[in-house]
Design a binder for this molecule. Structure first.
Ligand SMILES: [Zn+2]
Length: 158
């Protein structure tokens, strides 16, 4: 692991959890976004769930090019794409990759919209469903939060 001097424990930080001052992915050095333990406990394939440390401090690696999905900056355990049930929106361009995990919207659904109509109502549809039924992003979306920002970003490419 390549630890840079400025990433070492900051004595002024009282979080006392991470070994590093910032939660940095051990593979790509990108700063990760904190997720609750409940997220990997639900998004990982069943056989890897017992490897999740209940007291862990897991972070989602936001680098689309990096194979790491979660890293724990305390125990240094990490999980990669192959350990998850679903493909990860920002890390996988396969048509079967979900855009919305709560309502099971796949990239191919939106690509079909484009082919048929030249546009898509996907964001409006998801917002409508969310309003009506709520969502379970914390347990279903690998990033542990709302999918809409990732969808908007993905749509920018089309
Ligand atoms: Zn990474």
């Amino acid at each position: 692991m390549n630890i840079k001097a400025d990433n070492l424990t900051n004595p002024d930080s009282d979080s006392g959890q991470c070994k590093l001052a910032k939660p940095i992915c051990p593979i790509c050095d990108t700063i990760g976004k904190a997720v609750k333990t409940v997220t990997p406990q639900h998004t990982l394939k069943r056989q890897y769930r017992n490897k999740v440390d209940n007291g862990g401090n897991y972070h989602f690696c936001e680098n689309p090019q990096c194979d790491v999905v979660y890293f724990d900056c305390v125990s240094e355990s990490l999980f990669k794409q192959e350990h998850l049930i679903n493909r990860v929106t920002i890390k996988d361009e396969h048509p079967k990759t979900p855009l919305c995990y709560c309502y099971k919207v796949l990239k191919e659904d939106v690509l079909n919209d484009f082919e048929k109509t030249g546009t898509t109502q996907v964001v409006a549809k998801i917002k409508k469903s969310m309003k009506k039924h709520g969502c379970q992003c914390e347990k279903l979306n690998p990033r542990g939060g709302c999918c809409l920002m990732d969808i908007e970003a993905w749509l920018q490419g089309y």
